[in-house]
Ligand binder design. Structure first.
Ligand code: NAD
Length: 256
């Protein structure tokens, strides 16, 4: 049902972004994949997606820590009916030791990039007469954990930006929502296991069950396919009046 629509998914050469892009392609959307790298394998990923689902798929390199490159990504895409702000990084440290450069990078990539891409995409959506802004926030957009100051601040910011985007487009056939995943086993989560092991002096297994999934009552990771399915739902007619809100895909985390 998304045939003829173009979806731009930031940070989509791995993890949730790739999962969301895959499900949108399965639903018929043309896809723009993105990350900051420009490797043959990035372009090959887009080619594979295009062939598998019979859609147009391109990879456009852009660094989401740079405002002008965020805007250029959307402009180079040419059209942007569905914007998925997904690029994100993490760093785990107590506030007094939290490196300033990490703070700045997390705020830029996880929050400010969504402002820049949205600013570039809304005029295109208005021209096309239809649009979907889907921000990948986090359970950490609604709750907090120690040692994740920048990430939690950025993700709460994303939820706020989502609400403002929804209000500014409320009378138009455009919606803006945030998906708030709990833990999904992607490279981002893999990468924080060693630091968390050190922080809590725990084994990998203890970190997975007692730290990562301690607040996920289902005791299961959410999957990238489930997040992709949620994004597809937000693009459906059934979701036309869902705007300015969050959808948790977190195994019950935020019910605790
Ligand atoms: P990931 O590391 O697999 O993917 C992150 C993506 O962002 C990659 O494609 C990476 O190349 C890209 N990226 C990083 N820096 C970039 C930059 N400067 N410019 C462009 N692209 C850049 O991680 P993921 O787990 O798939 O995370 C995707 C999003 O989902 C993030 O916003 C993350 O905060 C959010 N999230 C993840 C989880 C989880 O448990 N994995 C939970 C909640 C929210």
């Amino acid at each position: 049902f998304l045939t003829g629509k173009t979806a731009v998914v930031t940070g989509s050469n791995s993890g949730i972004g790739l999962g969301v892009a895959t499900e949108l392609a399965r639903a018929g959307a043309n896809i723009v994949l993105n990350s900051f790298t420009d490797r043959d394998e990035d372009h090959a990923l887009a080619e594979k997606l295009g062939k598998e689902f019979g859609v147009t798929a391109r990879y456009i390199q852009a660094d989401m820590s740079k405002g002008d490159q965020c805007r250029a990504l959307v402009e180079k895409a040419g059209s942007c009916d569905i914007l998925v702000n997904n690029a994100g990084i993490q760093h785990v440290a107590p506030i007094p030791e939290f490196p300033t450069d990490k703070w700045d990078a997390i705020i830029a990539i996880n929050l400010s990039s969504a402002f820049h891409t949205t600013a570039a995409a809304l005029p295109m959506m208005r021209k096309a007469g239809w649009g979907r802004v889907i921000n990948i926030a986090s359970a950490h957009g609604l709750t907090a954990s120690p040692f994740k100051s920048a990430y939690v601040a950025a993700k709460h910011g994303v939820v706020g930006l989502t609400k403002v985007t929804a209000l500014e487009t409320a009378e138009e056939p455009i919606t803006a929502n945030a998906i708030c995943p709990g833990y999904v086993l992607t490279p981002l989560v893999e990468a924080q296991i060693p630091d968390t092991m050190k922080e809590y002096k725990m084994t990998r297994e203890e970190v997975v069950r007692n730290v990562l999934l301690t607040r996920q009552p289902s005791k299961q990771f959410a999957t990238v396919e489930e997040l992709g399915g949620t994004a597809v739902f937000l693009c459906s007619n059934a979701a036309a009046q869902i705007t300015g809100t969050t959808i948790s895909v977190d195994g019950g985390w935020t019910a605790l």
